[in-house]
Structures are given as structure tokens and as C-alpha cells.
Design a protein around this ligand. Sequence first.
Ligand code: GDP
Length: 369
Amino acid sequence: MTSQNKKSALHVNKGIDQPSSMNERLLEKLKSRKKSLLSIDEYVDGILSGDRVTLSKAITLVESNLGEHYETAQKIIERCLPYSGNSIRIGITGVPGVGKSSFIEALGNRLTSKDKKMAVLAIDPSSERSKGSILGDKTRMESLSGSDKAFIRPSPSAGSLGGVARKTREIIILCEAAGFDHVFVETVGVGQSEIAVHSMVDFFLLLMLSGAGDELQGIKRGIMEISDAIVINKADGSNKNAASQAAINYANALHLFPAKESGWTPRTQTCSSITGEGILDIWEMVLEYIAFTKNNKYFYQKRQEQEKFRMYDSINERLKNDFYQNPKIRELQKEMETMIIDQKISAYVAAQRLFSAYKKGYTGSESNK
Ligand code: GDP
């Protein structure tokens, strides 16, 4: 470079880089987000070829509450649906500490060693309130999670129980399309979530303990009533006899419940996830149940009912979202609330006004699609 050039007004001095107008970390995040968003074909192909990374990404979309993700997720599910349904779906419940994870791991290790593929999902009602998760925050199923034949996914952590259950139903479809032919859905037996799990599985298993004094351990009668089997866990060491006795007591209690629509007589068994005793017997029982209900067609009827439920559940959700996102409703809602508090109108009348405003001024997003 000549000295002439150096003095030229056109000479560009080497300076420092201009700072980005965007936060660098945000930029990186956006870049990686873009990268992680695949095309629908890529998602579907990945899932159908059993690629766990793609399956995980698709599940993240299903769990997302963003509208654009929801639409993409629904398209993926739609395309995976014909490849789903070929699994055995098992629901497992029981109070925290009863040994659900240990049981699933003990059984899972045996199934995967026989080349079976299993997915473990969870519905955790605590995660909504505490943001933490009874099921998700401990290191769980360490040996099973190392297997390439097992896919373990903690509970979606946001949303109502209804929302989480809906997402779990959809995640089951994706896991099945990815070739996981045994799906375990685990929940804590303390509330409504077991009813939700029951509505998405073929076989529902209640894990219990013996020697806890009160044999019913706070498990509601309704949960015992929907169970296809009650398994007394930790039947090992000095606990073995007590577990057998508890199994007899529960068997007697089960006799008092009305006969099941499935025609299946619920069983009680004992097992130990530590010694492994009884674990495979429980699996034999599950297979027996599946064969029995396939034979009397209940298996298929129940699956059909569950699919119908999925449709109505989806309609209810869409209607609710459409209603509350309607601009006219948003406007009127506060006014109605104030009028109720001031006792100018009843809650019933307020609801009626909101509903007719919704019907009249229907500009809902769904109508444009
Ligand atoms: P979860 O909260 O229901 O998932 O229960 P975990 O599987 O985390 O088990 C709770 C505790 O019980 C752990 O310390 C386990 O080691 C123990 N445990 C689980 N299954 C058995 C069993 O069959 N026998 C014995 N003795 N302990 C068990």
C-alpha cells in the first residue's frame, strides 16, 4: 500500500468488529433452533427408521405450547398413525417409593435382553404445580436407559393434567411408529392421573407394598377397581411372608368389586425388583391378558374407544382455545367478571352472554383454516 493510499479518504482503517445488534447468545440459540427444526418428511422418515434423536425432537414438538410447533407435530402424528398401534401398552401406578422405576427397570432389562423394544413415558401431576417432578428429577432406570432398545422420556412438565395426558397419547403414537412395541406409562398413584393413564393403555397395573399397616395405603378404591392386577412389590428378605399375606388380602378385596367389562378377573401377585423373583410371572400374566382380550375382542373395542376419546378430547381442547383466544371474548371477559363480583348478574347469565358474543362475533382462528 502506498503512502498516497494511506491518506486517501477512501482508505478503510482496520477497526474493531461492530457489535451485533442482537444478543450473541440469542443468535446462537436461534441458529441451533433453526437447525433442529427438520422438515416434516425428515421427522417422519427419522421416526419410521427408529432414529431416537429424531423421535426425541418430534416429542419436543408435541410437548411445545407454540402454535407453529403444534401444527407441525400434528402433521407428523398424522403421518405416523398408520404405523402405530402395534404395541402392548401398560400403565403402572403406585405411591412414590413403592418401586415403580425399579420394577420397570427389572422388567425392562429382561425384555430388552430378549430383543424387545420398550418406551417408558410418565405422567406426573406434580410437575404442573411445582415445576419439579416426582418422577423426573431423580436419576432413574440407569441400567435400562443405557440400552439402545429402551427409550425413556420423563413427563411433559407444562400444562394441565388433561394437556399432559393428551400429549402422552400422541407421544405413544410416535414411539410405536419408531418401533417401540412395549410402551409403559408410569404415574404416581395419588390423584386423577391414573384415570388418565388407564384411558390410554391396554393393561393397568397397581403396585403396592405390604406391611404398611393400613393395607390400602391411601390408594383410592376407584384405582383398585380399574386395575387389572395388583402386584405387591418388595417381596424379598424378611418382607416375603408379609407380601404373600398382603396378596391374599388384596385378592379378597378385589372379589368385592363388580365384574370387569373385559371379562378378565384381576389378579394379585408378588414380586421383587431386587431379586427378580416374580417379575417374569407378571409379564406372563400381561401376555395372558392380551391374548384373552384379543380373543374376546375387548382389546380392539377398548382401543377404538380410546381413539374416539382422542377425537373428542382434541375437539374440546380446540373449542376451548378458540373461545378464550377470541378477541371479543377477551374484551368481554373482564367486564363479566366485574359484573359477577358486583352481583349485577349471575355466573350463569355471564357465561351465556360470553357464549352468545362468541357465536355472533366468531372470528376464531380455526375458522380460517
Ligand atoms: P418409585 O418412586 O415408585 O419409582 O420407587 P423406586 O423404584 O425409586 O424405589 C424406591 C426405593 O425402594 C428404592 O430405594 C429402591 O431401591 C427400593 N426398592 C424398589 N423395589 C424394591 C424391591 O423389590 N425390594 C426392595 N427391598 N427394595 C426395593
